[in-house]
Ligand binder design. Structure first.
Ligand code: OGA
Ligand code: NI
Length: 371
């Protein structure tokens, strides 16, 4: 045990991982101590404020029934659902999945351990603050400049896979089943991720295990538990700045009751309405690259509300640290030239983690081939 902990400490003291993070105060603490105030640092410029325009679209993201996708391949219901999945990936980059097979009591407990952790005292939580150079732990991320506008939320981030990157020193010991529950949930989410990726491959006419093979022996999974405390003026702040996710796919448990996730479609923000126990799945930047832009990672954000704390748990499934990421050669031809250069996953993580969240700019700035 001791030697594996040392190994983890070594990997994470690597300054290549994250080196610019500026610590900021806990929003949860702020909202408890001064429930009617918002420090200037959280207030958005007019063009970034949510709800500045009413939602005009009646569109909602597709809902996929995973049970139907597991039927034999000649089944008509399955073929229809595969079509809905394909359209969801091409037109939306986001969909909700029901009947995913993750036991509901495990989901309840996962939310339970997250809530119990966030309800510990600030001093207790601070024991899990990121160590220098690390991009995991309790606090905030993507704050690189003393003057940047801050998000109205706290988070707990952990690397879950591969084992050699797990730093158990940052895993809460209260509640006592935190580790056990997160490990059980990780196994379940990984298996859903593998199924979804093999269905993507099938729809794209790639080998079914195309993504699995590309993600190598040591695929990564990281987790962010996001807590958005009530805010006296939700119209002036954002819970989480607009961004696209940097991994391959994200499997998100959003709050069952409290709305707050918006995606940008046709230049309009559209809310993702909670469906109890559904997983919200979205395409990340790595799949955009590997599909040569056929599937796109979509810009999204989280907003807050006056009355309620909102909790979400995002699991980011991604390639191994040392894998190369590039468009699949079967998806590149004269009519569809390569849109992205090949890069090492680790380099993209470094780029992504050391700057502010910046809408859809990240991947374009890092890897887009300009023609
Ligand atoms: C994220 C994310 C959305 C939410 O953690 O990357 O987009 O609803 N979260 O918290
Ligand atoms: Ni996200």
């Amino acid at each position: 045990m001791a030697s594996s902990a040392n190994h983890a400490a070594e990997s994470f003291s690597n300054p290549n991982w994250s080196n610019h993070c500026v610590a900021v105060e806990s929003v949860q603490e702020l909202s408890l101590k001064k429930p009617n105030e918002i420090p200037q640092r959280y207030i958005r410029s007019e063009d970034e404020r949510p709800f500045s325009a009413p939602f005009s679209s009646l569109l909602t993201v597709p809902v996929i029934d995973m049970e139907k996708l597991l039927l034999p391949s000649d089944n008509h219901e399955r073929q229809k659902e595969m079509g809905i999945l394909s359209e969801a990936c091409i037109e939306w980059g986001f969909f909700q999945v029901v009947n995913h097979g993750i036991p509901h009591p495990l989901i309840d407990r996962m939310r339970g351990v997250a809530n119990e952790f966030f309800s510990l005292s600030l001093d207790e939580k601070k024991k899990y603050a990121p160590r220098a150079g690390e991009a995991q732990g309790y606090g905030n991320m993507f704050v690189v400049d003393e003057n940047q506008t801050l998000d109205w939320g706290d988070l707990m981030a952990l690397v879950l896979m591969p084992k050699k990157l797990v730093n158990l020193a940052l895993w809460p010991t209260t509640p006592s089943d935190y580790r056990n529950i997160v490990e059980m949930y990780t196994i379940e989410v990984e298996s859903v991720a593998m199924i979804i990726l093999s269905l993507f491959a099938e729809n794209l006419q790639l080998k079914n295990d195309y993504f699995k093979e590309k993600f190598g022996e040591d695929p990564m999974m990281t987790m962010r538990m996001n807590l958005y405390p009530p805010c006296p003026r939700p119209d002036l702040v954002l819970g989480l700045s607009p961004h696209s996710d940097g991994g391959a796919i994200t499997l998100l448990l959003q709050d069952d009751q409290i709305e707050g996730l918006h995606i940008r479609k046709n230049n309009e923000w559209i809310p993702i309405l909670p469906i109890p126990y559904a997983l919200v799945i979205n395409i990340g930047d790595l799949i955009e690259v590997m599909t040569n832009g056929i599937y796109k990672s979509i810009e999204h954000r989280a907003v807050t509300n006056k009355e309620n704390t909102r909790l979400s748990i995002a699991m980011f499934y991604q390639s191994g640290l040392h894998d190369e990421v590039a468009p699949a050669s079967n998806l590149v031809d004269e009519q569809h030239p390569s849109l992205y250069r090949k890069f090492k996953h680790q380099e993209y993580i470094h780029y992504y983690m050391n700057k502010q969240l910046d809408g859809k700019k990240s991947l374009a700035n890092f890897a887009k081939i300009c023609k």
